[in-house]
Design a protein around this ligand. Sequence first.
Ligand code: BTN
Length: 249
Amino acid sequence: MSKIGGVLIELEEVDSTNLYAERMLSKGTVEEGTVILAKYQTAGKGQGKNRWESLPGQNLTFSIVLHPRFLEPGQQFHLNKAISLGILDFLSGYIDGAAIKWPNDIMVDSKKIGGILIQHVVEGEILETTIVGIGININQTKFDHQLTHAASMFQILHQELKLKEALGLLCKAIDGRYSQLRGKEEKTLEADFCDALLGFREERIFLVDGEEVPGIIRGVDEFGRLLVEHPGNDVKVYAHKEIQYIMGS
Ligand code: BTN
């Protein structure tokens, strides 16, 4: 079984490591666990139509190619759980209180220090390939004024990290969680993911259809949709973008 990071491709500059992975896959097979690391992305992709901005050589921006053929296409969200928990495991070596803002923003003290962009390639009934794009803000000290919720590990720790060392530890942590997934330890992943969810079992205010509504996160369903209990024991199921956290509520 290949280890995550067993093959490492290092690039000075690329449009996006996810796009680079897509191009590699279109040309032939790519070994599971291959990591594509870029010092700088000229067109880093974020969730939806967002861009992922990261100053050259200051942060980790990379993609991992996986072949999770042991999962059914309907179980895709298990990967989100394993990857985000791997990132939290890595962070726990440095920082207390990191959390996952559903579905997979990596937060510390209400600030986003990392993001994940997962793309799947389904062939028939098989989850043939998954490209996991990860951006973790490591040493950057200033962010664009529009990115008011962004932060880096440096801003929390007041200490620079060596990027390659951090990458090694991060890949090892993700590898541990991916092994749990391969070993069908879904219950553990599920429980750990819920425990790491920002606002799990807490009363909070959410934004739904432009309205502020109180609710308590009770977990996620098998497709990764958020389960929120509203007053009157009314548990609703929300897909991505149907509900938003109100930070600080
Ligand atoms: C998000 O919006 O939260 C997801 C951000 C994902 C960014 C990473 S950086 C490496 C990889 N390549 C990309 O173009 N995006 C992902």
